[in-house]
Design a protein around this ligand. Structure first.
Ligand code: FMN
Length: 264
């Protein structure tokens, strides 16, 4: 399966079958964790653990997770680079899980940490901040899952021409642009409450990335989107490097400049 098929196939899963991961699946996910990397530095740790959560586990943010036995647990440092890397690296594991036919659902912020901290210790510098159930999906989505998807408009994505621009922020980017496919893959990425903070300006061989900020979680979302972007770029032979430029142009609507991707 190629990366664009995997990205298109991924959807958050909140209802699980209750079957724990088998030894082979555990080995493959642990390998994906070991292989995951980020160009953005910072501090983060990803662990896989089986957790005796209640049948129905309600994060204090939103949504309800049913019948999950295994979880990805992520410790994240307090800096912007840590949040960016956390999104970027963990999404590689999420996409590997998707390829293996396993369901996942990112959950950030203030969930009931104690049951998760009991199974895995996290250093003070990288406290547990993100979890995702991981496992075989249930045959049917629970009522609460359907309700959550409806409430956050999980199937809706902002149109391409409202997110990505060419040369200036009044000209929409053509999907036929060389960066069209990688940006389309960014557009399909998961984000907290489906907020889709990503914006981009293409200038010749460079893409300048901006985001609509709702705080640190938007930086984490950007890490996820940039992971999709770079994997899809590599798949079509667009090899580049991420680094901020010194003179980004001002964007509308208080969009915050983050970094740029320049073809090498
Ligand atoms: C950083 C992050 C945090 C999230 N937190 C939650 C959460 O607390 N509860 C939940 O049910 N879903 C959570 N989600 C899942 C999003 O709601 C979901 O990705 C979005 O609605 C798009 O749906 P999709 O993933 O099926 O494409 C989170 C996603 C991200 C990326």
């Amino acid at each position: 399966m190629n990366i664009t098929d995997i990205i298109k196939m991924r959807k958050s899963v909140r209802s699980f079958s209750g079957t724990p991961l088998n030894a082979q699946q555990i080995a493959l996910i642990n390998q994906a964790i070991a292989d995951s990397k980020s160009p953005f530095g910072g501090d983060y740790i990803i662990k896989l653990a089986s957790v005796e959560a209640e049948l129905s586990f309600k994060p204090s943010t939103y949504g309800v997770i049913t019948n999950a036995k295994d979880f990805l647990l992520m410790g994240v440092g307090d800096t912007e680079h840590s949040a960016l890397s956390a999104g970027y690296a963990m999404e590689q594991v999420v996409l590997k899980a998707t390829e293996m036919g396993l369901g996942t659902c990112w959950i950030a912020a203030t969930f009931k940490k104690s049951i998760f901290e009991r199974v895995a210790a996290f250093p003070d510098a990288t406290p547990l901040k993100i979890i995702s159930p991981i496992g075989e999906s249930a045959q049917k989505r629970s009522f609460m899952e359907k309700f959550t998807r409806f409430a956050v408009g999980a199937n809706n994505r902002k149109p391409f021409d409202k997110l990505f621009f060419a040369g200036n922020f009044t000209t929409s980017l053509s999907p036929d642009n060389q960066f069209g496919q990688p940006l389309e893959m960014m557009r399909l990425a998961p984000s907290s409450t489906n907020s889709q903070p990503w914006r981009a300006l293409v200038v010749d061989n460079r893409v300048d990335f901006y985001y609509k900020s709702r705080g640190m979680v938007s930086v984490l979302d950007m890490g996820i989107g940039l992971c999709h972007f770079n994997l899809a770029a590599q798949a079509v032979g667009l090899n580049g490097k991420f680094a901020p430029i010194s003179d980004p142009i001002e964007a509308p609507d208080k969009w915050v400049y983050l970094t740029s991707f320049t073809l090498q």
